[in-house]
Design a protein around this ligand. Structure first.
Ligand code: NAP
Length: 289
């Protein structure tokens, strides 16, 4: 039985990993929230690794408030850069496979085509810079690692774009949504399932089949925030109004951050659902909860 440590387990992805953990599996998961394990404390991480004989880490812990990060720069870098670096160094020391989550915010330049994992990074804000630096430390220190960049995570629970739109629809709000930022909405349960599938594959096969490096995972397809909002609101006909607007004058964010998943598909051979199909599943689950 291999022990898998999941950090930041009370966050959106951590909760989805708990919900999708394969029951039949030969793994023992340790779902550790921030209050149980602070990734900015290297001694705490090392004690946990030694006490439980951890073989895999899925690092879901992160400072993710993009707006607040502009003011709380030091805290943001402490978690996203220094914390990621501690996990990577300890993963190398104890021969642990490290999964580290990252973001489309590491990109900034508008290429107008899907971004490959080795495209140059060029973050536009502090959150993006902290995540880019975290990636760099993971790549430099860990020996067996997977940096998985994703984008626009949502699900039927917690604080995310989907639940925000649903709340606005229920209030009958007049919604204005930007139509000039493009990426791929990603159902958090699809990402969580994909991570478990990868771990099962690594455990069964030679690690040589699955080279360490940066991979991209989002749902298939492309949308603007306006498109995404429109698709969610079709489930609430005549309840509110939706109009497009420009993102001019907002905090700088990537305009076109569609992530290419070619290398992910090729290496891991995992099917990736289209965002519209996944949104339908999310809506059904929301309706039945
Ligand atoms: N959400 C998205 O749209 C999105 C998009 C692209 C990439 N990502 C990346 O995906 C990963 C997971 O995101 P998410 O949406 O699940 O984020 P989330 O919901 O904000 O969860 C992050 C968790 O990390 C915890 N945390 C913060 N500082 C910590 C520390 N020092 N030690 C341990 N835990 C700590 C947070 O606890 P508190 O809440 O108590 O601070 C929270 O429970 C992150 O790496 C994020 O950058 C997310």
């Amino acid at each position: 039985m291999s022990v898998i440590l999941i950090t930041g387990a009370q966050g959106q992805l951590g909760i989805a990993l708990q919900a999708t953990f394969p029951a039949h599996s030969l793994f023992v998961p340790l779902f550790y929230s921030k209050s149980m394990l602070d990734i900015t404390d290297a001694d705490q991480i090392e004690s946990c690794i030694k006490a439980h004989g951890v073989k895999y880490i899925i690092n879901c812990a992160a400072y993710t408030n993009v707006r607040l990060a502009e003011q709380e720069v030091a805290t943001c870098f402490q978690v996203n850069r220094i914390g990621a670096g501690y996990l990577a160094a300890l993963a190398a020391k104890y021969h642990i496979v490290l999964f580290h989550l990252s973001t489309d915010y590491v990109f900034g330049t508008n290429t107008g085509r899907p971004l490959e994992p080795n495209d140059p990074t060029d973050p536009l804000n502090q959150y993006g810079r902290s995540k880019r630096d975290g990636e760099a430390l993971v790549a430099a220190r860990a020996t067996h690692f997977y940096i998985i960049r994703t984008a626009w995570l949502y699900g039927e629970k917690g604080h995310n774009f989907f639940t925000k739109m649903v709340a606005l629809a229920q209030k009958g709000s007049a919604i204005q949504m930007v139509d000039d930022q493009i990426s791929s909405p990603t159902y958090v349960y699809d990402l969580a399932t994909a991570i478990w599938q990868i771990i099962e594959k690594i455990a069964k096969n030679s690690p040589a089949y699955y080279p360490s490096g940066i991979y991209h995972y989002t749902n298939e397809g492309v949308a603007s925030w306006y498109d995404f909002a429109y698709a969610i609101l079709t489930a609430f006909p005549n309840s509110c109004s939706l109009t497009p607007r420009s993102s001019f004058m907002e905090l700088q964010r990537p305009y076109y951050s569609v992530l290419s998943k070619s290398s992910f598909r090729q290496v891991f051979q995992i099917n990736i659902p289209h965002w519209q199909h996944s949104l339908s599943r999310c809506l059904k689950r929301w309706q039945s909860q």
